[in-house]
Design a protein around this ligand. Structure first.
Ligand SMILES: C[S@@+](CC[C@H](N)C(=O)[O-])C[C@H]1O[C@@H](n2cnc3c(N)ncnc32)[C@H](O)[C@@H]1O
Length: 314
């Protein structure tokens, strides 16, 4: 069903979420430790590299990139003005280049960048293969593309809510996207927040591959293809009839509800599994901030009030 896996829906989803993203939501699901472990396989090992960060959002992953490559060599692309405004305000990202644009139609010519990074954005791409093909196109021969995304949950209840919300590709699809795009030397690491217990599947994956030196660009889908039509639409260009607007509001509202279920799950996971981080250096430990503790407190009060009310009714 993937309610928010659409450019317009994703645009409006982030229009609102942007206000809570850095403090409340992102640190539960995408942490400094996960980011650093992911960037480690992206070959960001030379200060002269030219790097593109696609779906750069509020710049959390970009902040990891600029620790490895100077900010003036880093180019950020995102379709959300709200998200990009937050990134632009961060002192360590002042020298990055920011450009509004689409992951499936990256606004740069072929063979422009030494490295491509995209973290947590594939979930919203209507045609993820096209997004990975674009990574291949803009990277120079011999360059590397690193993509980080969630994995379809193995638990049926989690899978229902996750896939109602947005795209959670099965793990094998990431390899298919990379192989079909033409990447070689494909490698990966799993990325799990400490509160998540891997079972049949992991929480997320960071996958990297190199563009062969003799690579030929892959043709884009023909404009008549249905996927190509959805993919080519920029959120601001789509014509919005009353029916389409109502549908979009419904999809964003329902999709957000399905997604927000993961917030209390993660918050409770933090409480229950705090001891799993004892071995980590303090700067790598995932801890709850004041906003998150406030939400957790409010949730606890809500549960106690509900239990009391139910008890009184019996
Ligand atoms: C979960 S955020 C990740 C942000 C950032 N990479 C990070 O690490 O925090 C996903 C971002 O992808 C962006 N996005 C979604 N679909 C996109 C598209 N088709 N083109 C460009 N950006 C897109 C959203 O606007 C949002 O900022």
């Amino acid at each position: 069903m993937q309610l928010v896996q659409h450019k317009k829906e994703a645009y409006w989803f982030y229009y609102f979420l942007s206000n809570f993203y850095d403090n409340l939501v992102n640190p539960l699901f995408w942490t400094v430790r996960m980011r650093e472990e992911s960037l480690d396989i992206g070959k960001l090992d030379d200060p002269n590299l030219k790097v593109i960060d696609v779906g750069s959002g509020t710049g959390f992953t970009t902040q990891g990139i600029v620790k490895r490559v100077p900010a003036h060599n880093v180019f950020c692309v995102d379709q959300s003005h709200q998200q990009m405004a937050k990134a632009k305000a961060k002192p360590d990202l002042q020298d990055c280049t920011f450009r509004i644009g689409d992951a499936e139609n990256i606004p740069y010519p072929d063979d422009t960048f030494d490295r491509y990074v995209s973290a947590g954005s594939i979930e919203y791409w209507p045609d993820p293969q096209r997004g990975v093909d674009e990574a291949f196109r803009v990277v120079k021969p011999g360059g590397t593309a690193l993509l980080i995304g969630p994995i379809e949950p193995g638990n049926p209840v989690g899978r229902f809510f996750a896939t109602t919300w947005m795209l959670f590709p099965p793990e094998k699809d990431y390899f298919k996207f990379y192989e079909e795009a033409g990447f070689e030397n494909i490698r990966y690491v799993y990325v799990d927040p400490h509160w998540f217990t891997p079972g049949k599947t992991h929480f997320g994956i960071a996958i990297a591959g190199d563009k062969p030196m003799d690579a030929k660009p892959k043709p884009k889908p023909a404009p008549g293809d249905s996927v190509a039509v959805v993919s080519a639409l920029k959120p601001q260009d789509e014509e919005m009839t009353v029916a389409r607007t109502a549908l979009m509001i419904g999809r964003v509202a329902l999709g957000s509800l399905a997604g927000f279920i993961f917030i209390p799950i993660a918050l409770v996971g933090y409480l229950v599994h705090g001891d799993r981080q004892k071995h980590l250096p303090p700067e790598m430990r995932e801890t709850l901030n004041t906003e998150q503790k406030t939400v957790l407190g409010a949730l606890a009060v809500g549960v106690v009030a509900l239990a009391w009310w139910l008890g009184k009714k019996r």
